[in-house]
Design a protein around this ligand. Structure first.
Ligand SMILES: Nc1ncnc2c1ncn2[C@@H]1O[C@H](COP(=O)(O)OP(=O)(O)OP(=O)(O)O)[C@@H](O)[C@H]1O
Ligand SMILES: [Mg+2]
Length: 433
């Protein structure tokens, strides 16, 4: 994927360029002036901007700066007039990657468009772009996360089905999308199915479709999601909820890449990547007779287990900073950051809802914030409560010690890092232990 913004006050040009971008399979937004352009950039993630140098309300060069402030890895290509060669050079200095001189033909435009977006895709694959979380880049540098990323890379290279496990909010869907992206690139769709929402009958026709006359209401044939996903990825979320009588059909799909529609007489061949996810213990469900063992083994050829956030060390701070920036952009806020105490609270908290919980709490804080500094006040109560439930209230010194130990633990015993997070010197840190 790639998202493009076209900024030009000339309506027909905007229109024809947008058409080209769409035809190439990318997302496109347009804006007729500088203000709308900046608004659009704040509310959506954009990879590439084509920017007219002479807008009615803004100076092109200044706009480059404003755009880079919104996202410093947004690529900008200037659209300049024949007499604006000087400004074109100045815009390159200001951070644009290229320029096209008007009037240009659409072939030239298409070449630049593809070149830049392809390069971005490669950079993204190499892990150099971190902004597009939804589309492939998974944040995290803790050892368990590095192992997961390795597993994802490996998984992406083989055709077998994949089982992603992990607590709620650990990023299972994100991982599935990352696998999809790194494998299929821009081709193929990602079809998500929640396995627990429908009754067995409905689920069967939803997944596999039906032929005309399959049942009373089936007046015409209907493609199921499996057919829709052909050439791409079928993501089976909460696979543990898949009704047991449908499981053999899925097994056959995985093993032979064929299936039959409901009421259908012929086998249909498809080429899809199957990724299943669950936050339940499938072994337990097997023992209870709710999940087929053979299906489990088929899915579990390449297991990917996402660690809970509390086991991901300093990733939690990395993610917190990332979400803070992202949310500020989304909610158009300009805050100072987390207070040192807030950072400790973030490290200390157990995060039962994992990354989703982290993002939600930060969102709430950003929305209600008045002072400019985020105190993560939502966390105090919870963490004290859990601390009190676990053990009798320790002395202040002891509490401080435990605190420091937790932070140390979270940063893999890196004392300088812990001291930095705690806002104390390394000596004080050592003396307090
Ligand atoms: N490593 C990561 N970097 C950045 N954002 C992440 C990461 N992992 C998860 N997220 C974000 O956290 C949220 C939850 O992730 P996701 O929906 O993938 O979790 P899940 O495991 O499918 O949860 P559930 O079991 O509740 O469906 C999403 O907004 C996702 O974009
Ligand atoms: Mg999910």
């Amino acid at each position: 994927m790639g998202a493009v913004l076209i900024v030009d006050d000339q309506e027909d040009l905007r229109f024809s360029l947008a058409k080209v971008v769409e035809k190439q399979g990318y997302c496109v937004t347009t804006a007729a002036n500088g203000k709308d352009a900046l608004d659009a950039l704040r509310s959506t993630l954009v990879d590439l901007v084509f920017l007219d140098i002479g807008l009615p309300d803004a100076d092109g060069i200044e706009l480059i700066g404003a755009i880079k402030e919104i996202g410093d890895d947004i690529d900008i290509v200037m659209l300049t007039g024949i007499n604006e060669a000087k400004t074109a050079v100045a815009s390159l200095r200001a951070g644009a990657v290229d320029y096209i001189v008007k009037p240009f033909d659409l072939i030239e435009f298409k070449a630049i468009l593809n070149r830049i977006l392809q390069t971005r895709l490669m950079r993204k694959k190499a892990g150099l772009l971190h902004r597009e979380i939804g589309v492939g880049t998974i944040l995290g540098t803790s050892p368990p996360m590095l192992r997961v990323k390795e597993a994802i890379e490996m998984a992406a290279q083989v055709d077998s089905a994949i089982l992603i496990t992990g607590e709620t909010g650990t990023g299972k869907e994100l991982a599935a999308r990352a696998i999809h992206e790194s494998r299929t690139g821009q081709n193929g769709v990602f079809v998500k199915v929640d396995c627990g929402t429908l009754s067995s009958n409905l689920m069967e026709s939803e997944l596999f479709g039906y032929d005309k006359g399959a049942f009373t209401d089936a007046r015409s044939e209907k493609k199921g999601l499996v057919e829709v996903a052909n050439g791409g990825t079928l993501f089976l979320d909460e696979i543990g909820n898949l009704p047991i009588d449908l499981q053999p059909k899925l097994l056959r799909l995985i093993e032979e890449s064929t299936f039959r529609r409901v009421g259908g007489l012929k086998d249909i061949q498809v080429k899809i990547r199957i990724i299943a996810a669950t936050n339940a213990e499938l072994e337990e469900q097997i023992d209870q007779g709710k999940f087929r063992e053979d299906l489990y083994y088929r899915l579990n050829v390449v297991p990917i287990a996402l660690p809970p956030l509390r086991d991901r060390g300093e990733d939690v701070l990395l993610l917190a900073d990332f979400f803070l920036q992202e949310l500020q952009r989304e909610l158009k806020k300009n805050l100072q950051g987390f207070t040192p105490e807030a950072r400790i609270k973030i490290v200390q908290h157990d995060w039962p809802g994992n990354i989703r919980e982290l993002r939600n709490i930060i969102e709430r804080e950003v929305i209600f914030n008045k002072s400019g500094w985020l105190a993560m006040s939502g966390l105090t109560f919870e963490s004290q409560m859990t601390a009190m439930k676990k053990e009798p209230l320790p002395s202040l010194k002891e509490m401080e010690r435990q605190y420091i130990k937790k932070v140390l633990n979270a940063v893999n015993n890196n004392k300088s890092k812990a001291a930095r997070i705690l806002g104390i010197s390394r000596t004080t840190l050592r003396d307090s232990l």
